[in-house]
Design a protein around this ligand. Structure first.
Ligand SMILES: *Cc1c(COP(=O)(O)O)cnc(C)c1O
Length: 351
């Protein structure tokens, strides 16, 4: 090893879902929205924004911050926007998780949580879900340096009600508690309403799933002014111009078109509920999904086999080669047509 090599940071990175590029692929592996974003987004991109790219974008992302704050019934200084919620969560780790006590999160959850902890050298403890993949709220009453919970959880799709979140907040008034609500628009009730009661609560949402804008990279955090100010201080110590101009403009267009947003979310929920029934008839079981994906296992055929056989048929779902969940596949809700093809293929595979 050359001596400079010793100074290279070694990390085990997060592995994102495959992004196959070919045509005729049914892509149900990264929880993207099967529908396009609001029509106003397309209009912005067809306009003359190139003329404005000479200048730096607004470092405060003010127009989008205000649009989100208005929409969520918050003040502008209670909203922080970043480059996807991955960026916002990473920054929140850097800003809020500076204790020598471990941060807590479930053992089965978004697999980025431990990657960031390792990257930032934050101690952490993974709390086991119960046998039904549910959070046991009592397990979060131990000493900790912070808590992060995805609600609905990924990849389980399970939503825990706000009484559970409130319980965890009540028992952890000395910690910052982050609720990652990437999938909240597909059914659950947001913890935003708890922000007024808990200054230590940060709620994070994204435009990537329900707003069909994964390619734009917009995420945001909401919380007390104290938390948002701290996030901004860290952001301005790292990179002032995070969101690019097209993303800012397109984000505002998406928020403006609430009717389109509600319509597409509703379509996905209807397809989801229909798909749950069809999967059940084929011998699959799964928790009740409150997200835009279903986490299913079959009574006879293994998760790996289902994943591989679907892949041969150009259908991509997600399989996690991890203890406790290796028998499951996570299936994103696509269009009705895509789900018909999926169900047809599953019939063949199961035989
Ligand atoms: C998709 C997802 C994210 C990241 O979303 P981006 O905004 O695209 O970075 C964060 N948390 C969970 C639980 C997710 O599923």
């Amino acid at each position: 090893m050359k001596s400079w090599e010793k100074n290279i940071r070694r990390v085990e990175p997060y592995v994102p879902g495959e992004q196959p590029q070919g045509k005729d692929i049914i892509k149900l592996n990264t929880n993207e929205n099967p529908y396009p974003p609001a029509p106003g987004v397309g209009k912005v991109l067809k306009g003359n924004i190139a003329d404005r790219l000479r200048l730096y974008p607004d470092p405060t992302i003010g127009s989008l911050v205000e649009a989100i704050a208005d929409y969520q019934g918050l003040d502008g200084d209670q909203v922080f926007v970043g480059v996807g919620s991955d960026d916002v969560i990473a920054l929140a780790y850097l800003t809020f998780f500076n204790s020598s006590k471990p941060i807590l999160f479930p053992d089965i959850t978004y697999s980025f949580y431990d990657v960031w902890a390792n990257l930032f050298k934050i101690p952490y403890k993974q709390i086991e879900l119960d046998k039904n993949l549910r959070i046991r709220k009592e397990d979060y009453c131990i000493e900790n340096g912070g808590i992060i919970i995805a609600n609905p959880n990924a990849p389980t799709s399970i939503y825990e009600d706000l009484d559970t979140i409130r319980y965890i907040l009540d028992k952890n008034q000395d910690s910052i508690v982050i609720i990652d609500e990437a999938y909240i628009d597909f059914g659950g009730k947001s913890a935003i309403e708890l922000i007024k009661d808990y200054e230590n609560l940060l709620v994070i949402q994204t435009f990537s799933k329900s707003r069909a804008m994964a390619g734009m990279r917009i995420g945001y955090a909401m919380g007390s002014k104290t938390l948002i100010r701290a996030l901004n201080d860290v952001k301005y110590s790292f990179n002032s111009y995070t969101l690019n101009l097209p993303s800012i403009l397109c984000g505002v267009e998406s928020i403006k078109d609430d009717e389109y947003f509600r319509e597409t979310v509703e379509k996905i929920k209807i397809t989801r509920d229909k798909t749950m029934k069809e999967l059940e008839a084929l011998g699959f079981s799964f928790p009740k999904s409150m997200a835009n994906f279903i986490f299913a296992k079959h009574k006879e055929v293994s998760g790996l086999k289902i994943y591989e056989e679907l892949r041969k048929r150009n259908i991509y779902v997600r399989h996690f080669n991890k203890p406790k969940i290796s028998n499951y596949v996570r299936i994103t809700i696509g269009t009705d047509r895509e789900m018909e093809v999926l169900i047809q293929s599953l019939k063949e595979i199961i035989g």
